[in-house]
Structure formats: structure tokens, C-alpha cells
Design a protein around this ligand. Sequence first.
Ligand SMILES: *Cc1c(COP(=O)(O)O)cnc(C)c1O
Length: 379
Amino acid sequence: MNDPNQISAARDKLLFTPGPLTTSLSVKQAMLHDAGSWHWEFNNLVGQLRQELLQQAGLSREKGFELVFMQGSGSFGVEAMLGSAVPPDGKLLLLANGTYGERMVAMAEYLKIPSTVIRSSEDQTPDLDEIDRTLESDPAITHLASVHCETTTGLLNPIEKIGQVVKKHQCIYLVDAMSSFGGMPIDFDEAGIDYLVSSPNKCFEGVPGFSFIFARRDLLVASEGNARSLCLDLLAQWKCFEGNGQFRYTPPTHSILAFAQAIREMEEEGGIKARTARYASNHRALMKGMKRLGFKSYLDASVQSDIITSFHFPKDPKFNFQEFYRSLSDKGFIIYPGKISQADTFRIGSIGRIFPADIDALLAAIARTIEELDISLQA
Ligand SMILES: *Cc1c(COP(=O)(O)O)cnc(C)c1O
């Protein structure tokens, strides 16, 4: 007979993480099918999703933009974008104020793309004058890449203001909006964005398996011969979608089926605008509740996104993150460790199929946990 302790709960633990995230039951159910990767039904769906994503972004093919899916996690998409956009004689300016900015720096090194880095501290946005001066003094720079929401901390980089400096110097602008696209409005025109990469398993509330890259068609077409990797060649992948409608190599069929449902649910909710509002409510409830409990957030409110928030460890030496984490997990709530080099923090995400009531439930569990572990939160 089955051990009753081995029968899993009907409900998964709620994820308060930067992704993969809690998804709806219907998104999970959409994956209970087998799709033929060569079959027109599946490839029509892929074509339709490319179109719908352009619409969600306020773009269109008439406006000169294309959408390319790329297999793999989000980083594969970032690497495909960097490795395909910058020509052999190009040079990249990278902005780094967290793990994901630093990951692009590492990618540029692996890909042997000549690059310069402007680093700022993990709680600060980059200095716009320094970007301006760097682009002024180094005319070899052809491209600039920036992270939008630095998921390391939850910091929001001002991609519109950065974009204006990039355009002043007629450079090409690449944006990693992995954790923000879908969860806040992004104006491609105003920011002058040429390429932008994001993923289905963050604010679109789908599951992992691929990333998607928006690209200006004229730049994409002119990028022939740039790619430094066979599999991550953005132009070759796009040509396949345009040619026979297929992914170049095996597509993540189940993730695509889940994504089709996730986009439908995004539309039913009221699009990016409504989702932005829900995440903002989640974040407000979180900040208010954590403050009441005595926790302090790491970032200044002026640079804090509604996506994910870093909190300082309590000063009480009795606080042990592993213990705290485990106790919350036992109660059905998964939070996230910190990633900041300069401070001891943990993170709580506000994105995914979660609502202010779920944040309240998390806050109640945190209150019980600090009581059980006898943690003092007096400053
Ligand atoms: C999640 C994320 C990525 C991609 O990470 P993967 O683990 O490769 O999916 C890249 N940039 C940012 C800003 C992210 O939040």
C-alpha cells in the first residue's frame, strides 16, 4: 500500500523567487500534450506566439522589429544576443551593478568581444555622465548592453535615460529585461532599444525552456557572419522561423505549449498594464508587512523595483538563514538567498501567479518563524 506520507500535497509550495515562479494550474496542464516539432499545428502556434509577443511589447513587423525564440535558459538568450549583434570589428560597453551585468562581462570574455565595463556599486544606478564621457572618448565602441531590473538586488536601471545617451552617440542598444519584461511597461521607442531579451518563466508566468529576443530587423539582417556560436546564432535561427516556421534544432515543445497558455492568461488579466499593477500591489504589501515586522530592505526606494526585494539579515546573532529558510519551506513558502557581495541579505520576489493575499500568508509565516526561532528584530 502507498505510504500516506509519500502522497504529495495537491498544492505546491509558493515561490517568492526571481524565477522559475509559481505558475497557474492551467499553464501546467497545457504541458500534458505531445506536439510534433515538424507539424504545422505546432509551427503555426510558434508563429502566432512570435506575433503576439511583438504586440505585447507595443512593436510590430511593420515597425521593423522581429522576435526570435532561442532554446535554453535566459542566459543562453543573452549570450545569443551579444554574440550575434556585435560584429567582429565592433566593441561593447557593458554596464554592471550586479550578477547579471557581470555575467554579460564574462560572456564578452568567452566570446572574445572587445569590451569596456562601467561598474557601479550594487545599490547604485550607473552614472550617466560617465557613460557619455566613455562613449565620447572611445569612438571604437559600437554597442552598449545594460540589464534593466538587476535581479541580484531588485534594482531598476534607468534604461530610458541610458538609451538617450546611447542614441546621442549612435550606438546600438542591447537590453537584458529578463526579470522585468511583462511585469512593467517598457517603451522601446523612448528608450531607443535595438535588441531586448527576456524569458517566459519570469513575468510572463510560463515555464523555463527558452528565451525570446526582440531585434530590429535591419540590424538582424546585417548581422550575417557575426555569430560566434553555431547554436546561438540569432540570424540563422530567425531565418529558420521565416523559412519553414521551425526552430532550427529540437524545440522546447512543452514549454511552448505552456507559454501559449501563459500569454492567454496575460491577456485575460488585462495585459502588461494589469500585471504591473498586481506586482506593484504585491510589492507594497510586502514592504509594509516586512517593515512592521522590523526587517530593513537593502535598496533605497528610489531605485527599488516591484519585481524582487532584498532584505538585510536581522542583527540578532541567533539568526541563521538556512534555519529561517527551512522553517518557511516547511510552512509552504520558498524564499531566495541573497546574492549581494557587500551585505548579508535574502530576497523575496513579488512576481509569478501570486497575489497580495499570498504575500499576507507569507508575512504571517515569517512572523511565526521569527517567534519560533526566537529572533529579535530590534535595531
Ligand atoms: C533570470 C535572469 C537571467 C537569466 O538567468 P537564467 O538562469 O539563465 O535563466 C538573466 N538576466 C537577468 C536580469 C535575470 O533576472
